[in-house]
Design a protein. Sequence first.
Length: 86
Amino acid sequence: MNIDVNEAIGFGAAVLTTIAFLPQVYKTWKTKDVSSLSLPMLILFFIGIVLWLVYGFLKNSPSMIFANAITVISALLLLYFKMKYK
């Protein structure tokens, strides 16, 4: 497998930014406290991540697809928690 430097940097960024988001999802799931989460921010964030995912597919960028697919799921979970525990 021959990964170019750009994709290697992309995967590094993808791993770090995706991991950075997961503690918020975990904390919200455990505490069921969504009071500090803004619904408009979550909706805009979700739409933005979906667009980044589409862009990753259009650019055929595995790092963008990987990061944004996981983040879409995380954002969906936060949206679900916001609606369920409000």
